[in-house]
Design a protein around this ligand. Structure first.
Ligand code: ATP
Length: 279
């Protein structure tokens, strides 16, 4: 079975208090975009075998896709004899949730392949055991996520937007990002900005465009701030870093406008650009 495993971007991300279990409460607006890894799952062989192409991700059972397959098989009683292929197109440790997406896609694909008939609530429960962003990718709609990121509400957002993603040549680890956020802000507690469940125009969405994790990222990589300004100069209606970064995107009213900006934008050495649309 072949399928696509899409990336996500965060259009809003606020870090709230730190919980007794060490995680931070967050509130974030998430949207999937059509920049995707290509994946395949086939039954057979012995054990879970992973074949990787493209960007470097952990091999074998360290990989989130294999760990998701293992949980699925254990909980449904299906033999753990599978081949998983990932052709990686989503930049890794970039704030685009590629690993979580691969895990969610494997859970959904195995449910179809073996006709196990689990509903999305059950699949989201399995996914939440592995990572806070995984339930969002099973949810398959733009969402407001709270808690560690697993408490989801559907949010309507304008259709047809174009995104220009800028991919720097460095990675940011999510744990470094939260630790540095705490150090730089002194662990200040705050209540989140009130968010709605419907943003009918791009202007409405731009009002809540914000990412607290830009604080640690910009402290170490000021070039992210310079590229946000460059995106705005080339006509982006808003610009933001996604998740824990470092991928930074500009929002445009259409894909064509994003492509126009791409042609004019001068990228720093080794940076890449990707154009995509919302899903
Ligand atoms: P998030 O925003 O959810 O923290 P991210 O986009 O910053 O995620 P990912 O690309 O999901 O980062 O990778 C996070 C970590 O997970 C990396 O250290 C990576 O090596 C590991 N990982 C494990 N399996 C995968 C996978 N299938 N694809 C990508 N990364 C994976």
């Amino acid at each position: 079975m072949r399928f696509l495993s899409p990336a996500k971007i965060n259009l809003h991300l606020e870090v709230l208090e730190k919980r007794p279990d060490g995680y931070h409460e967050v509130q974030t607006l998430l949207k999937r975009v059509d920049l995707s890894d290509e994946m395949e799952v086939h039954p057979g062989g012995q054990g879970i075998r992973l074949i990787l192409e493209g960007e470097e991700v952990p091999p074998g059972m360290e990989n989130l896709a294999c760990r998701a397959a293992s949980i699925f098989c254990r909980e449904t009683g299906i033999p753990e004899d599978l081949e998983i292929r990932i052709r990686k197109r989503i930049p890794v440790a970039a704030g685009l949730g590629g690993g979580s997406s691969n895990a969610a896609s494997v859970l959904a694909a195995l449910n179809d392949l073996f006709r196990t008939g689990l509903n999305s609530h059950a699949l989201m429960g399995m996914g939440a055991k592995l990572g806070a962003d995984i339930p969002f990718f099973i949810f398959q709609r733009p969402a407001l996520a709270k808690g560690k990121g697993e408490r989801l509400t559907a949010v309507s957002m304008p259709e047809g937007l174009g995104f220009l993603l800028l991919v720097p040549p460095f990675r940011i680890s999510t744990s470094w990002s939260y630790e540095t956020f705490d150090r730089l802000t002194g662990g200040k507690r705050k209540t989140g900005t009130p968010l709605r469940d419907s943003y009918s125009t791009l202007a409405d969405l731009l009002e809540v465009l914000k990412n607290d994790l830009e604080i640690p990222a910009l402290s170490r990589y000021p070039e992210i701030g310079r590229m946000k300004e460059a995106l705005l100069r080339q006509g982006a209606r808003g610009a933001l870093m996604s998740g824990s970064g470092p991928v930074t995107f500009g929002i445009f009213p259409s894909r064509e406008k994003a492509e126009e900006a791409r042609r004019k934008l001068v990228l720093p050495r080794d940076w890449k650009a990707e154009i995509c649309c919302g899903l």
